[in-house]
Write a protein that binds this ligand. Sequence first.
Ligand code: UD1
Length: 426
Amino acid sequence: MEKFEIHGGRRLNGTIKISGAKNAAVAIIPAVILSDGICRIENLPDINDVVAIAQILKKMGASVKRIDKTTLEIDSKGIRNPVADYDLVRHMRASSYLMGALLGQFHRAEVALPGGCDFGVRPVDQHLKGFGILGAKHTVEGGMIKINADSLVGDHVYLDVVSVGATVNIMLAAVKAKGRTTIENAAKEPHIVDLANFLNSMGADVRGAGTDVIKINGVDFLRGTTYSIIPDQIEAGTYMAAAASAGGDVTLLNVIPKHLESITAKLREMGVSVEENDESVRVVCSDRLKRCNVKTMPHPGFPTDMQPQIAALLATANGTSIIHEAVWDNRFKYVEELRRMGAEINVDGKIAVVEGVDRLKGAPVKATDLRAGAAMIVAALGAEGVTYVEDITHIDRGYEHVVEKLTGVGADIKRIFTNDNVTNTA
Ligand code: UD1
C-alpha cells in the first residue's frame, strides 16, 4: 500500500508549475470521438484519470499515441462499436461524457453508470433529459445506460440544476445534431469554455460558453485539430492553500488568475497576500489566518472542489468560520479525518462550523476522495509532527507529481510503500 509521509511545519518557498486542467482533459478526450480527423491534445496533466479515459477510447478501437508526457495524439476513426468497457468506466465520473460523445457521433451509446468521488447522490437525470429533448431514448440494463436516436435534432434544453456534466454532455450530443440547440441555465466553469474552444477548433459552431446560455449550431463534419488544455484551477487553488497553511512565499506558474478569483478573494479575506500577474500568482503568508465564511456555488462562485482544502485552512484560523456546501449533499466526510489531527469541526447537513485551533497535530489519516486527500496534505503541511495519508490513489487520480512539486518548494513529503509490518521509503 502506498501512503504519503508528511513532516509539517516547514515554510514553502519557490515556484510550482501548474499542470493542465483535469476536468477539461476528461471532457476533451471523449470529445475527440466526434472528430473526423486526428487530434493532438497538449498540456494534458500526467494523472491517472487521463490515463484511464485514454485507455477507454483505445479499448473501443481508437488509436492513442503518447507524443510526450503531456501530449496525446488520438485518431478515433477505429471506433466501430459505441460501447464503453464496464470495468474501466464504472470507477470514473467523467466517463459519463462518453454518452454524449458516442451519441453525437453514432446516434447510439452504451456506457456503464458512472462512478467517481462519492459525495452523495450523483444523478444523471439532466444529462438524459437533454438527450431526450434532442430525440434520443434510453434504457438502463445490467448497470449500463443504453441510448439510441434515429436522428438528433437541436431544440431548447433548460437545466433544472446548474450541472457541469449535463452541460458538457448536451454540448457533445448537439455539435453534430441538425439545427440549433440552446442550453439554458448552463454551467459556466472554465472547462466548459475550454471544451467549447476545442470543439470550435475542429469546426463546430458553439457560442456563449462561459455564460448561462450556450447556443450550438450543428455541423456535419469536424476536422482534426491541435489544442492545448487550460491550466488547472483547482490544482492551483490547492497549492495556494498549501502555501497559506505552511506559510512562506510561493509563486504558481502557468495559471489564469481570472479563474482563481473566488479562491484569491477568500484567501485575502483570511489575511493571505495574493499578487496576480499575467500568467502567475504569488502567495505570501506569514501570520495566523483570520476566520471567514465560505459558501460553495457553481462558477464564478467558490468551487466545491476547493471546499475541503479551505476547511483545512480554517481549522487553524483565528475564530469561528461557517462553511456552507451548496453543491453536493455529502461532502464533509473528510471532517472526521481532520478531527484526528485536532480540528474542531461540527457538521450539520450541508453546514460545517469550524472553531479554529492554534495548531493541528500530525496523525494517520485517509484520503476519503480526491479533494479530501488534497485537504489532508494542506493540513499536514501546516501541522506539528508527522502525518501519514492513506488511500492516496484518490490523490493520484487528479494531482500530477504532487510529491515532486511540493518538495520543490521545500515541503517534507514522501511517498512510502508499506508491506505488512515493513515500511520502505522511495
Ligand atoms: C463536476 C466536476 C466535479 C465538481 C462538480 C461541481 C468533473 C469531471 N467533475 O462534476 O469535480 O465537484 O462538477 O463543480 O468536471 N445534478 C443533478 N442532476 C444531474 C446532474 C447533476 O441533480 O443530472 C446535481 C448534482 O447532484 C450536484 C449538482 O447538480 O448537486 C452539480 O453536479 P454537476 O455539476 O453535474 O457535477 P459533475 O459534472 O458530476
